[in-house]
Design a protein around this ligand. Structure first.
Ligand SMILES: [Fe+2]
Length: 136
């Protein structure tokens, strides 16, 4: 069974963001499934690299979107993104240096938990803000 299941409770109501979040779910699931199936280090490494790149790309898009809409919570949100990126990059580096020293399955689980928690708490804040913002 997939680690993450998309459901309406994760929907921000912003189609572009929801689509990217669904891709992130998929990428975390692929990493998790690859590990469960015992894929080779190279393959796991590629999935991991994709996940890190895609996360960075998504965070940038989200931050640009918040900035464009003058969302007051941008700085705090950005800070959560920075912390996650640092953590995942460190893991990525360790994995490429010596995969025996790290446990990718824990990273998949950690990312899954981080992602769902972040969407439900942080992303919903700007989604609510944007929904209530008067349109000019
Ligand atoms: Fe976010």
């Amino acid at each position: 069974m997939a680690l993450l299941q998309w459901s309406d409770r994760y929907a921000t109501g912003i189609p572009a963001i929801d689509e990217e979040h669904q891709h992130l779910f998929q990428a975390v699931n692929e990493l998790h499934a690859g590990l469960a199936a015992g894929h080779a280090k190279e393959q796991i490494g590629k999935t991991l690299d994709f996940l890190v790149d895609y996360t960075l790309q998504h965070f940038k898009a989200e931050e640009a979107y918040m900035a464009q809409n003058a969302f007051v919570g941008l700085k705090a949100h950005q800070f959560e993104h920075i912390l996650l990126v640092e953590e995942v990059r460190l893991f990525q580096k360790q994995f490429h240096q010596d995969p025996t020293k790290v446990r990718p399955i824990e990273v998949a689980r950690f990312l899954g938990e981080w992602l769902t928690h972040h969407i439900m708490n942080m992303d919903m804040q700007y989604a609510t803000f944007l929904r209530n913002k008067p349109r000019g």
